[in-house]
Design a protein around this ligand. Structure first.
Ligand SMILES: NC(=O)c1ccc[n+]([C@@H]2O[C@H](COP(=O)([O-])OP(=O)(O)OC[C@H]3O[C@@H](n4cnc5c(N)ncnc54)[C@H](OP(=O)(O)O)[C@@H]3O)[C@@H](O)[C@H]2O)c1
Length: 216
């Protein structure tokens, strides 16, 4: 059982949403930020949704010391953030939720990543870490509402099968989530790009769509 999770860029909606769900599952969460006071504000925003003493605020460097670390910064910030924290991240299971995209005129467009995907880029920057891509298709709004059952599949991609299984088990701690083995880390690009499609569908339907695969 994982005891602590650190979230780099955990002050954003996705990081806070994951913090709520993992704290409710009994895991201590450190919300990381570039600024300790912003991290504390983020903790205060979710304090009424989580048990006392389960979520803490810290600078990213302290969040990176947790047992498992989630990367929840925008794609444009990923490389610099990871380079600075590499020594703390070596050897660990790292969960990448980054979906590279741009917005213009209200539409989302997937950003092409030279390495193939944000998760692959992160693995290249952190060759000694155990990179896992997951949680891309979950909406922060659903995660932030603990009354809501998250009816979704979470596709989990990694070249490290042990780390992949660990993250699949972690995903299924969120009520309503089914974890799906998405194969190797190279498949993360398809899952990341799907997030862009979901956002554009959300705009059309004024909804918060997610994914459910059938036939498996
Ligand atoms: N929102 C969603 O529903 C959703 C769904 C699936 C996946 N994702 C992915 O999850 C990640 C986080 O999403 P989000 O919506 O929570 O993002 P966000 O609010 O835009 O950013 C998250 C945090 O990243 C930090 N950050 C921003 N610019 C930075 C920079 N230049 N350098 C270092 N840190 C920086 C900020 O924290 P501090 O200012 O406190 O340092 C910010 O609060 C993204 O990669 C996104 O693609 C989001």
């Amino acid at each position: 059982m994982i005891e602590t999770i650190g979230i780099l860029g955990g002050t954003g909606p996705e990081g806070r949403g994951l913090a709520v769900r993992f704290a409710l599952a009994g895991i201590k969460v450190v919300i990381g930020s570039r600024d300790a006071s912003r991290a504390d504000e983020a903790v205060a925003k979710i304090a009424d949704k989580v048990p006392a003493g389960m979520v803490f605020g810290a600078v990213n460097a302290d969040a990176a010391r947790a047992e498992v670390v989630i990367i929840a910064v925008p794609y444009a910030a990923q490389a610099d953030t990871l380079k600075a924290l590499k020594p703390s991240l070596d050897g660990k299971v790292i969960i990448n939720v980054v979906a590279p995209m741009d917005f213009a005129d209200g539409k989302a467009t997937a950003v092409s990543v030279p390495e193939g995907s944000a998760a692959r880029q992160a693995q290249q920057l952190l060759p000694d870490s155990r990179m896992v891509g997951a949680f891309h298709n979950l909406s922060a709004r659903d995660l932030l509402d603990p009354q809501r059952t998250v009816e979704s599949d979470v596709v989990v991609c990694s070249d490290d099968e042990v780390a992949q299984k660990q993250v699949m088990n972690l995903a299924e701690l969120i009520p309503g989530v089914r974890a799906v083995n998405g194969g190797g880390l190279d498949n993360s690009r398809y899952v990341e790009e799907l997030t862009t499609l979901l956002l554009n569908i959300n705009r059309i339907y004024k909804a918060h769509a997610t994914i459910k695969l059938v036939g498996i």
